[in-house]
Write a protein of this length. Structure first.
Length: 142
């Protein structure tokens, strides 16, 4: 009974594989003659026609320029009075491991202030509050 079922599955798989090959061959033949069916002399003509459909007249692709850049482009360039502003890099995110949590809890239990503990371990005050809450060191709301 099981061997009969396995044989049927194998037959179905082989039939599926042959049908997939047949479908791929049909698709390839239809694609190879698609330009002729649509009235184009070559594939390149079809590709060019399709490419021209994607371009709207007067519109450029890509992100829009920022307003400051547009204003700067309209105004004449003057001598710079200020040094260019240096952007601050964002701080790397601290991974809060179990070891770090244990150190934070110990520091809080020793009586240090929350903001000082957060700064000491490089975590945010809300993260510190979450650690304290998980450890049961906060008072429940009444």
């Amino acid at each position: 009974m099981i061997t009969n079922t396995l044989k049927q599955i194998a037959d179905a798989k082989s039939k599926l594989a042959s049908l997939e090959k047949k479908a791929a061959a049909e698709m390839a033949s239809k694609l190879s003659s698609l330009h002729k069916d649509l009235g184009f002399g070559s594939r390149q003509e079809l590709i060019a026609a399709l490419s021209s459909l994607g371009k709207a007249p007067g519109k450029k692709r890509g992100p829009k320029p920022k307003k400051k850049a547009v204003k700067a482009a309209k105004k004449p360039v003057k001598a710079a009075k200020k040094a260019p502003a240096v952007k601050k890099k964002r701080a790397k995110r601290t991974r809060i491991t179990d070891e770090l949590k244990a150190k934070v809890i110990a520091a809080v239990k020793s009586g240090e202030k929350g903001a000082a503990v957060a700064k000491k371990f490089g975590i945010s005050v809300p993260s510190l509050q979450n650690i304290k809450k998980a450890a049961g060191l906060t008072k429940p709301r009444s």
